[in-house]
Design a protein around this ligand. Structure first.
Ligand code: MD5
Ligand code: FE
Length: 205
Protein backbone atom coordinates (compact mmCIF):
# COMPACT_ATOMS: atom_id res chain seq x y z
CA UNK A 1 0.00 0.00 0.00
CA UNK A 2 2.83 2.48 -0.75
CA UNK A 3 1.66 5.98 -1.72
CA UNK A 4 3.52 8.25 -4.12
CA UNK A 5 3.34 11.69 -2.46
CA UNK A 6 5.24 13.62 -5.11
CA UNK A 7 7.81 12.78 -7.78
CA UNK A 8 10.54 10.84 -5.90
CA UNK A 9 8.72 10.73 -2.55
CA UNK A 10 7.22 7.43 -1.39
CA UNK A 11 5.11 6.99 1.76
CA UNK A 12 5.27 3.44 3.19
CA UNK A 13 2.63 3.40 5.93
CA UNK A 14 3.45 1.00 8.76
CA UNK A 15 6.48 -0.47 6.97
CA UNK A 16 8.54 -0.50 10.21
CA UNK A 17 5.67 -1.34 12.57
CA UNK A 18 6.81 -4.92 13.18
CA UNK A 19 10.25 -3.62 14.24
CA UNK A 20 9.22 -0.65 16.34
CA UNK A 21 9.76 -2.20 19.80
CA UNK A 22 13.26 -3.37 18.85
CA UNK A 23 14.06 0.01 17.27
CA UNK A 24 13.11 1.78 20.52
CA UNK A 25 15.24 -0.64 22.57
CA UNK A 26 18.24 -0.01 20.31
CA UNK A 27 17.57 3.72 20.42
CA UNK A 28 17.98 3.65 24.20
CA UNK A 29 21.33 1.85 23.84
CA UNK A 30 22.53 4.52 21.40
CA UNK A 31 21.38 7.36 23.68
CA UNK A 32 23.27 5.83 26.60
CA UNK A 33 26.45 6.49 24.57
CA UNK A 34 25.42 9.72 22.83
CA UNK A 35 22.78 11.48 24.93
CA UNK A 36 20.03 13.64 23.47
CA UNK A 37 20.73 17.36 23.48
CA UNK A 38 19.08 20.59 22.41
CA UNK A 39 21.44 22.13 19.89
CA UNK A 40 21.96 25.84 19.47
CA UNK A 41 20.86 27.43 16.20
CA UNK A 42 23.36 29.63 14.32
CA UNK A 43 21.21 32.56 15.49
CA UNK A 44 21.77 31.68 19.15
CA UNK A 45 18.36 30.13 19.91
CA UNK A 46 17.75 26.51 20.80
CA UNK A 47 15.91 23.83 18.82
CA UNK A 48 12.81 22.55 20.62
CA UNK A 49 13.57 19.08 19.24
CA UNK A 50 16.23 17.06 21.11
CA UNK A 51 18.76 15.32 18.87
CA UNK A 52 21.59 12.85 18.71
CA UNK A 53 23.23 10.78 15.96
CA UNK A 54 24.71 7.44 15.10
CA UNK A 55 26.96 6.53 12.18
CA UNK A 56 30.29 7.71 10.79
CA UNK A 57 29.04 11.31 10.85
CA UNK A 58 26.60 13.28 12.97
CA UNK A 59 24.68 16.48 12.24
CA UNK A 60 25.69 19.40 14.43
CA UNK A 61 24.49 22.99 14.86
CA UNK A 62 25.89 25.86 16.89
CA UNK A 63 26.82 29.54 16.44
CA UNK A 64 29.32 28.52 13.74
CA UNK A 65 26.54 27.00 11.58
CA UNK A 66 25.27 23.60 10.46
CA UNK A 67 27.72 20.81 9.59
CA UNK A 68 28.53 17.12 9.99
CA UNK A 69 31.05 15.99 12.61
CA UNK A 70 32.79 12.60 12.87
CA UNK A 71 32.83 12.83 16.68
CA UNK A 72 30.25 13.68 19.28
CA UNK A 73 31.26 17.16 20.52
CA UNK A 74 29.88 16.28 23.99
CA UNK A 75 32.21 13.33 24.57
CA UNK A 76 34.92 13.69 21.92
CA UNK A 77 34.25 10.05 21.00
CA UNK A 78 33.06 8.62 17.68
CA UNK A 79 29.28 8.46 17.29
CA UNK A 80 27.74 5.03 18.06
CA UNK A 81 27.51 2.68 15.09
CA UNK A 82 24.30 2.38 13.08
CA UNK A 83 22.92 -1.08 14.05
CA UNK A 84 23.00 -3.58 11.17
CA UNK A 85 19.22 -4.10 11.19
CA UNK A 86 18.77 -0.30 10.84
CA UNK A 87 21.04 -0.32 7.77
CA UNK A 88 19.01 -3.16 6.28
CA UNK A 89 15.76 -1.31 6.99
CA UNK A 90 17.04 1.92 5.38
CA UNK A 91 18.38 0.08 2.32
CA UNK A 92 15.20 -1.97 1.88
CA UNK A 93 12.92 1.07 2.15
CA UNK A 94 15.06 3.07 -0.30
CA UNK A 95 15.06 0.15 -2.72
CA UNK A 96 11.24 -0.07 -2.61
CA UNK A 97 11.14 3.61 -3.53
CA UNK A 98 13.45 3.08 -6.49
CA UNK A 99 16.81 3.96 -4.91
CA UNK A 100 18.85 0.75 -4.83
CA UNK A 101 22.19 0.53 -2.99
CA UNK A 102 21.44 3.15 -0.33
CA UNK A 103 24.22 3.11 2.28
CA UNK A 104 23.58 5.83 4.87
CA UNK A 105 26.52 7.49 6.62
CA UNK A 106 24.43 8.87 9.45
CA UNK A 107 21.15 8.50 11.24
CA UNK A 108 19.98 11.75 12.81
CA UNK A 109 17.71 10.96 15.76
CA UNK A 110 15.03 13.54 16.58
CA UNK A 111 12.99 13.43 19.79
CA UNK A 112 9.81 15.51 20.06
CA UNK A 113 8.24 16.21 23.47
CA UNK A 114 4.77 17.78 23.55
CA UNK A 115 4.98 21.21 21.88
CA UNK A 116 8.27 20.53 20.08
CA UNK A 117 8.23 21.50 16.43
CA UNK A 118 10.44 21.84 13.37
CA UNK A 119 9.93 24.89 11.22
CA UNK A 120 9.78 24.74 7.44
CA UNK A 121 13.30 24.05 6.10
CA UNK A 122 15.29 22.22 3.45
CA UNK A 123 17.86 19.50 4.23
CA UNK A 124 20.86 20.79 2.31
CA UNK A 125 23.90 20.14 4.47
CA UNK A 126 24.65 17.02 2.42
CA UNK A 127 26.39 16.94 -0.97
CA UNK A 128 25.15 13.43 -1.87
CA UNK A 129 21.84 14.83 -3.15
CA UNK A 130 21.40 11.86 -5.50
CA UNK A 131 20.83 9.72 -2.39
CA UNK A 132 17.41 9.81 -0.73
CA UNK A 133 16.59 10.48 2.93
CA UNK A 134 14.76 7.65 4.69
CA UNK A 135 12.57 8.78 7.61
CA UNK A 136 11.11 6.40 10.22
CA UNK A 137 8.53 7.67 12.73
CA UNK A 138 8.04 6.12 16.19
CA UNK A 139 5.64 6.91 19.02
CA UNK A 140 3.09 9.72 19.18
CA UNK A 141 1.63 10.78 15.81
CA UNK A 142 2.77 14.04 14.21
CA UNK A 143 1.56 16.35 11.47
CA UNK A 144 4.20 16.57 8.78
CA UNK A 145 4.13 19.49 6.34
CA UNK A 146 5.76 19.37 2.95
CA UNK A 147 5.82 21.96 0.24
CA UNK A 148 7.99 22.30 -2.81
CA UNK A 149 11.37 23.59 -3.92
CA UNK A 150 10.52 27.13 -2.86
CA UNK A 151 9.57 28.24 0.64
CA UNK A 152 6.43 29.92 -0.65
CA UNK A 153 5.08 26.79 -2.40
CA UNK A 154 1.76 25.55 -1.01
CA UNK A 155 2.16 22.88 1.68
CA UNK A 156 0.42 19.54 2.16
CA UNK A 157 -0.21 17.85 5.51
CA UNK A 158 0.57 14.23 6.26
CA UNK A 159 -0.15 12.43 9.52
CA UNK A 160 2.82 10.25 10.49
CA UNK A 161 2.12 7.33 12.83
CA UNK A 162 4.43 4.99 14.68
CA UNK A 163 6.10 2.62 12.21
CA UNK A 164 5.48 4.82 9.16
CA UNK A 165 8.35 5.28 6.72
CA UNK A 166 8.84 7.98 4.08
CA UNK A 167 11.56 7.96 1.43
CA UNK A 168 12.41 11.42 0.08
CA UNK A 169 14.48 11.30 -3.09
CA UNK A 170 14.75 12.72 -6.58
CA UNK A 171 13.03 16.10 -6.92
CA UNK A 172 11.53 15.79 -3.40
CA UNK A 173 14.97 15.54 -1.78
CA UNK A 174 15.10 19.34 -1.52
CA UNK A 175 11.44 20.04 -0.73
CA UNK A 176 10.70 22.40 2.15
CA UNK A 177 9.22 20.47 5.08
CA UNK A 178 8.50 20.69 8.80
CA UNK A 179 6.61 19.28 11.77
CA UNK A 180 3.79 21.18 13.52
CA UNK A 181 4.00 21.45 17.34
CA UNK A 182 3.55 17.94 18.77
CA UNK A 183 0.16 17.51 20.39
CA UNK A 184 -0.05 15.92 23.85
CA UNK A 185 -0.64 12.22 23.27
CA UNK A 186 0.37 8.78 24.40
CA UNK A 187 1.99 5.78 22.76
CA UNK A 188 2.67 2.56 24.64
CA UNK A 189 6.30 2.39 23.48
CA UNK A 190 7.29 6.03 23.93
CA UNK A 191 4.92 7.69 26.41
CA UNK A 192 4.30 11.28 25.28
CA UNK A 193 7.24 11.41 22.85
CA UNK A 194 7.63 11.16 19.12
CA UNK A 195 10.89 9.95 17.59
CA UNK A 196 12.16 10.20 14.07
CA UNK A 197 15.13 8.37 12.58
CA UNK A 198 16.46 10.08 9.43
CA UNK A 199 18.96 8.08 7.45
CA UNK A 200 21.23 10.14 5.21
CA UNK A 201 24.16 9.83 2.91
CA UNK A 202 26.26 12.98 3.38
CA UNK A 203 28.97 12.70 0.73
CA UNK A 204 29.35 10.60 -2.40
CA UNK A 205 32.40 8.62 -1.14
C1 MD5 B 1 11.17 14.53 11.26
N1 MD5 B 1 13.12 15.44 10.25
O1 MD5 B 1 10.07 14.01 11.20
C2 MD5 B 1 11.81 14.95 9.97
C3 MD5 B 1 11.89 13.77 9.06
C4 MD5 B 1 15.08 16.77 9.84
C5 MD5 B 1 13.65 16.47 9.60
O2 MD5 B 1 13.04 17.13 8.80
O3 MD5 B 1 15.65 17.56 9.09
O4 MD5 B 1 15.65 16.18 10.78
S1 MD5 B 1 12.96 13.93 7.59
C6 MD5 B 1 11.84 14.58 6.42
C7 MD5 B 1 12.37 15.03 5.06
C8 MD5 B 1 13.67 14.94 4.68
C9 MD5 B 1 14.07 15.38 3.40
C10 MD5 B 1 13.15 15.89 2.51
C11 MD5 B 1 11.84 15.97 2.94
C12 MD5 B 1 11.44 15.56 4.19
N2 MD5 B 1 10.87 16.49 2.05
O5 MD5 B 1 11.17 16.65 0.86
O6 MD5 B 1 9.76 16.81 2.49
O7 MD5 B 1 11.77 14.73 12.33
FE1 FE C 1 14.48 18.05 7.48
Amino acid sequence: QPVLLAPGALFLPGAARAMQARLMQQLHEIMAQAPLRRLETPGGRRFSVEMTNCGALGWQSDKAGYRYESRDPLSGAAWPRIPDNWLVLARTMAEQAGYPGFVPQTCLINCYAPGARMGLHQDRDETALESPIVSVSLGVAAQFLFGGLERTAPTRKLSLLSGDVVVWGGPSRLFYHGITPLKPGHHELTGDRRWNLTFRRVRAC
